[in-house]
Design a protein around this ligand. Structure first.
Ligand SMILES: [Mn+2]
Length: 347
């Protein structure tokens, strides 16, 4: 049985105030585009089962037109049984239009039922939908019939200390053949049978590394192998460069261009480390002279000032007294020192 496990699509997500409207809308449309690609993949590859583990869409932004678009895409699948649970972003209540949408019969949305049974696949899929935004307790007392293939969909965290946490031990004690987890956007194995597929598209700088979905082939003996499919349209990447105070602005710009080769169309953050005299000037220059799909430049440079040396040369004058007085506050010390030295250099 060929299964695709996908989660946290966050369709309709609008990047509230973070980006300008056109940019936000184009990324919003890319999330759909990515979903269209994945639906084509599922249809072409004769996938028997699609598991959607919650946060499929954003309740706050999802219009009826969006819901119709979603329905048409899912209804275009001709060979696939689809199972959907709701997460905290698309929780289901009595007013949720998704429960009254005319999906095809092969599309199953968890509301209050324990499981759906597909005889032709000898399959039972269990799932638990969120019913409100801030309240979810996973049910763990399942009695399974091992003559079926039993799968569970769950939208929870496995990071201890986080809300809606479920431990690795609790997951291990469940007797499901596969547990399709959602909520965490990074792909990962939690137990031999419980995995996060990660979000198909990364949605912030928290969602680093590769994105797509999981494909698995579950055989009659209930054995399977996991394949991570990587096909996101973009990535989020943290980059780091080191500079020195005598490097020209052109050399620093070239360093960044080299660093970003092959990732021009991704979301890039550049952390600049090293020493530089006037880093605000440098950052402004780079922002004005580099043009990429998305770039953020973050100043991590240290002022190029050797405080101990300056202190030993100026113990008895204003500079030395200032250093002694301000030594407990590094920021005050550096800014003040620079102002004092600039004033002195002008004389
Ligand atoms: Mn979630």
């Amino acid at each position: 049985m060929k299964i695709v496990h996908m989660t946290d699509l966050h369709l309709g997500k609008f990047y509230k105030g973070l980006y300008d409207v056109d940019f936000a809308n184009s990324r919003k449309e890319e999330l759909w585009k990515s979903f269209e690609n994945n639906i084509s993949y599922i249809e072409k590859n004769n996938i028997d089962v699609l598991l959607l583990s919650g946060d499929i869409y954003e309740r706050d932004y999802f219009t009826n037109a969006d819901l119709n678009r979603f329905k048409l895409l899912l209804n275009s699948l001709t060979k696939t049984e689809v199972f959907i649970i709701a997460g905290n972003h698309d929780y289901i209540d009595e007013n949720s239009p998704i429960l009254n949408t005319d999906f095809n019969k092969n599309i199953h949305i968890f509301d209050n039922q324990d499981f759906f049974q597909i005889d032709r696949l000898n399959l039972r899929v269990y799932g638990q939908s969120w019913k409100s935004k801030y309240d979810f307790t996973a049910k763990l007392d399942y009695k399974l019939d091992p003559s079926y293939i039993n799968i569970l969909l769950l939208h929870v965290s496995t990071i201890s200390g986080e809300k809606y946490y479920i431990s690795k031990d609790e997951l291990e004690n469940l007797e499901f053949d596969y547990i399709a987890l959602g909520h965490i956007h990074l792909r990962q194995k939690i137990t031999d049978r419980a995995y996060y597929s990660g979000s198909p598209e990364p949605l912030s700088f928290k969602d680093l590394d590769e994105h797509g979905f999981i494909e698995l082939n579950l055989d009659e003996n209930k054995d399977f192998e996991i394949k991570y499919i990587t096909n996101s349209l973009r990535k989020y990447i943290n980059n780091r460069i080191e500079i020195t105070s005598d490097q020209s602005i052109y050399e620093i710009k070239d360093l960044i261009i080299k660093k970003l080769q092959g990732q021009e169309e991704d979301f890039n953050r550049i952390y600049i480390y090293g020493n530089y005299r006037d880093s605000a000037y440098l950052i402004k220059y780079l922002e004005d002279n580099l043009s990429y799909y998305y770039i953020e430049i973050i100043d991590k440079t240290e002022e190029n000032i050797d405080i101990e040396k300056i202190y030993s040369e100026n113990k008895n004058n204003l500079l030395g007294k200032f250093i002694a007085a301000a030594s407990s506050d590094e920021k005050v010390l550096k800014y003040g020192l620079r102002a004092l030295m600039e004033a002195r250099d002008e004389n």
